[in-house]
Write a protein that binds this ligand. Structure first.
Ligand code: FAD
Length: 514
């Protein structure tokens, strides 16, 4: 089977790696990319699913990522000023770790939370830490992700793919279709390409799928942010945070992502409520206050918030930014990409039965965007009214978020179990965000416990579990994140030097024998 992928950003490259890895020699993959415009160059936050791809699909280690991608360890996201002058943390670690035999089916995921939420002593789970600059001395068994340098990831993937797929630097100047299938794409310098399957990884332009009259699902009413100004700044603090900072402003929010030498930062705002010039002024002030630098970037990235109703039409599937995009709160796009590509290959293991599989794939795509958009909209459920942007967010909660807000006045989290539209997040995630924005009501939690369980047993079990978590945490040791990365680099340098010495030692063997 012949597959042509258009796009050499991370989406095209990761798709090529996953497909080649899965189908091996039964596919012949060509990847065409514009060599002067290789990637959008933002997207430095990941979630733990990225580690799976990096380890399992590509076969590399965390140390490789640290060395090759300038990666740092990410343990979560710190939300600052989403409620003015407050902050909360959304960590990857599990909220609870219920190893008790009395585990209750209804509550197994959020057992200790009863105790901690009622007593204002929320402590996450065993693998949960506050936002800081420390990492556990052993990462095994921990939920973590990376902060990466996108350009380095692209270079790394190009290198990985160079002997596995055909890489073609060229600009696609023409796409022909009969309205149902792509017939060919034409490179300016290299001519026509035909394929059984075309993958559109061309970024926001979706140059292939757009030829097949796709229908757009607009999500901008509930998530109106559609513009970003990115800028890199040096990290002169001597510390490397283990979290992404997401700081709300009057008109949007600012991200700050630490890689080894610098921070990737950027201001995200909605063009409905702020002009680009106002946004630049706000961002400039933030850069000045937080990093002592001026805004130098002229670049503004614009997008439409939403996704294609059918990202797979005929013989063309759109992945990554080509498939759809919503603001990068929680850094979900890599996760979305890998999930969708893995779904694609797993439901198409034989590459037959395409009509049925196409519907299934498109259904999954719709569900994932539904789920993501609900979860992201939940973050805005702060009832702020201090600017037109925040008033809009307060007045435009999704139906699901409004329902959730009402339910939390009377019930607790088992209600998630009844909502089969929401598969992609666990109780852990909801608890942390909802606790952070004060959605829980202690009386409602108590009423809920009283209505369904033997109150005393439950509370004592919940307390025990909470104490177990505290005990486990006291046993853990942490190291400074930066020192850990420096040390690793030092070991690598030493290994590199040893490698050099070995090479030198080997040299005589190349001398002619006499
Ligand atoms: C402001 C912002 C912040 C983000 N933050 C995060 C984050 O923290 N975490 C996260 O997971 N994601 C994030 N994302 C998303 C992330 O940037 C993308 O998912 C990722 O970079 C992959 O992009 P892509 O490969 O789909 O598209 P692109 O990087 O835009 O790549 C498109 C490719 O198509 C090629 N192309 C286009 N037209 C042609 C043509 N005519 N001929 C040949 N080739 C062509 C280009 O050469 C390029 O190689 C963010 C996005 C934005 C906008």
């Amino acid at each position: 089977m012949k597959i042509v992928i258009v796009g050499g950003g991370t989406s095209g490259l990761v798709t090529a790696a996953i497909m080649q890895n899965y189908w091996g020699d039964s596919v012949n993959i060509s990847l065409i990319y514009d060599p002067d415009n290789q990637s959008i160059g933002v997207g430095e936050g990941t979630t733990p699913s990225f580690i799976d791809v990096f380890n399992d699909t590509l076969g590399y280690t965390t140390e490789d990522a640290i060395r090759e991608l300038d990666a740092t360890i990410k343990l979560g996201v710190l939300f600052k000023n989403w409620i003015p002058n407050e902050e909360y943390y959304h960590g990857f670690g599990q909220v609870t770790c219920d190893s008790s035999e009395q585990q209750n089916d209804d509550l197994s995921d959020n057992y200790s939370a009863f105790h901690s939420l009622l007593n204002n002593t929320y402590n996450g789970g065993v693998n949960w830490n506050k936002a800081n600059t420390l990492i556990p001395n052993k990462l095994t068994g921990y939920h973590y992700a990376f902060h990466i340098t996108t350009d380095k990831l692209c270079n790394f993937l190009f290198d990985y793919l160079k002997d596995r797929v055909t890489l073609i630097p060229d600009v696609i100047s023409r796409v022909t279709s009969d309205g149902k299938n792509i017939q060919s794409v034409t490179g300016k310098n290299t001519g026509n390409y035909h394929a059984d399957l075309f993958v559109d990884a061309s970024g926001f332009k979706s140059i292939l799928l757009n030829e097949l009259n796709p229908e757009w699902v607009d999500l901008s009413q509930h998530l109106p942010i559609d513009s970003a100004i990115p800028q890199l700044v040096n990290n002169n603090t001597g510390k490397i945070p283990t979290y992404t900072l997401s700081e709300a402003t009057q008109n949007g929010w600012i991200w700050q992502i630490p890689t080894q030498e610098r921070f990737g930062t950027g201001y995200l705002y909605s063009s409905q409520f702020t002009s680009d010039d106002e946004a630049k002024e706000d961002y400039n002030r933030w850069l000045n206050d937080n990093h002592g630098v001026q805004l130098e970037s002229d670049r503004i990235i614009k997008w439409k918030t939403g996704h294609w109703k059918e990202a797979w039409i005929g013989n063309c599937v759109a992945v990554g930014l080509s498939g759809g995009f919503i603001e990068p709160l929680e850094a979900l796009t890599h996760q979305y990409l890998t999930f969708m590509v893995e779904t694609f290959v797993s439901i198409n293991s034989t590459l037959k039965n395409l009509d049925y599989n196409r519907d299934r794939f498109n259904m999954v795509q719709n569900r994932i965007f539904f789920d993501y958009s609900q979860f992201l909209n939940l973050h805005y459920c702060t009832n702020r009214d201090d600017s037109p942007f925040w008033r809009h967010m307060t007045n435009n909660k999704t139906k699901w978020v409004r329902t959730m807000e009402q339910k939390c006045k009377h019930e607790f989290l088992d209600l998630f179990r009844n909502d089969d539209m929401l598969d992609y997040w666990g109780h852990d995630n909801y608890i942390q965000v909802m606790n952070g924005i004060h959605m829980f009501n202690k009386d409602a939690i108590k009423d809920f416990i009283n209505s369904r369980f033997k109150n005393e047993d439950l509370m004592s079990e919940s307390r025990k579990q909470y104490e177990f978590i505290e005990l486990m945490k006291r046993k853990m040791s942490f190291v400074d994140h930066k020192s850990f990365l420096d040390e690793l680099q030092l070991v690598e340098d030493e290994e590199y030097m040893m490698g050099k010495e070995l090479e030198t030692l080997k040299e005589p063997s190349t001398l002619p024998y006499i």
